[in-house]
Design a protein around this ligand. Structure first.
Ligand code: GRF
Length: 221
């Protein structure tokens, strides 16, 4: 029997899918309560994340994007998300810009994870950009998606140090651990609805804030 209170998450990915798996683990463990991942969609047939979804018995669909015009493609994806009754769309390594049509269809209900402290280093190869720039700290950001690239209001961020011997790979791996942690936190907050947006600021409600502090205290023992 389906639980009507359960919020449905749709995940879009193009590759490995470790963020999808982190979200799936968090849903299964109750760290994201009253939720299910109702569909995983990939634009690439060879995305390992699709296979991972199937292994977890989560409905998975491949909707190929090659040669399809951007909005026409997005109409197909939006239709699939609506069919799966998705409340919140989570981009998890989905290597495509969303059209204004898509953003309007799920306004305020699309999250993305990006491997830098936005607004620094938007776009591709964020870890490479951070190394080339010489920053001492980078990190990751979960943000709402709007019409501009990596630009919507920020829900969660984590700081990650850049070490002297870092390569793109070692830095990316250190950042990825934090991505998995904050994506769960951000999805939990957004699905709880216990926040408001003022300008660009995403502000947890007082209730959420004190729950968080209590949870933090409990974790620290
Ligand atoms: C992550 O670094 C994410 O921040 C970026 O794409 C990568 C996806 O990794 N948007 P995975 O497929 O979730 O493992």
């Amino acid at each position: 029997m389906t639980n009507l209170m359960e919020k449905k998450i749709g995940v879009l990915l193009s590759g490995r899918g470790s963020n999808f798996e982190a979200l799936a683990d968090s849903v299964a463990a109750g760290r994201i309560p009253d939720a299910e991942i109702s569909i995983v969609i990939s634009n690439r047939e060879d995305a390992p994340g699709l296979l991972r979804a199937t292994e977890r018995r989560i409905p998975a669909r491949m909707i190929p994007s090659k040669g399809v015009e951007r909005e026409a493609y997005d109409r197909l994806v939006v239709a699939a998300l609506n069919e799966a009754r998705v409340d919140l769309v989570c981009l998890a390594g989905f290597m495509r810009l969303l059209s204004p049509y898509f953003v309007a269809a799920f306004r305020g209900r699309i999250l993305n994870i990006h491997p830098s402290l936005l607004p620094a280093f938007p776009g591709l190869e964020a870890q490479r950009q951070a190394l080339d720039y010489g920053v001492k700290f980078s990190g990751c950001t979960v943000h709402f998606v709007n019409e501009n690239l990596d630009a919507g209001p920020i829900v969660a961020q984590a700081i990650v140090p850049v070490k002297p011997g870092d390569t793109e790979e070692t830095l990316a791996a250190r950042i990825l651990c934090e991505e998995h942690r904050i994506y769960t936190e951000a999805v939990r907050l957004v699905l709880s609805g216990k926040f408001r947006i003022e300008g660009r600021r995403v502000l947890p409600t007082a209730e959420e804030h004190s729950e968080e502090r209590l949870a933090g205290r409990a974790k620290r023992g």
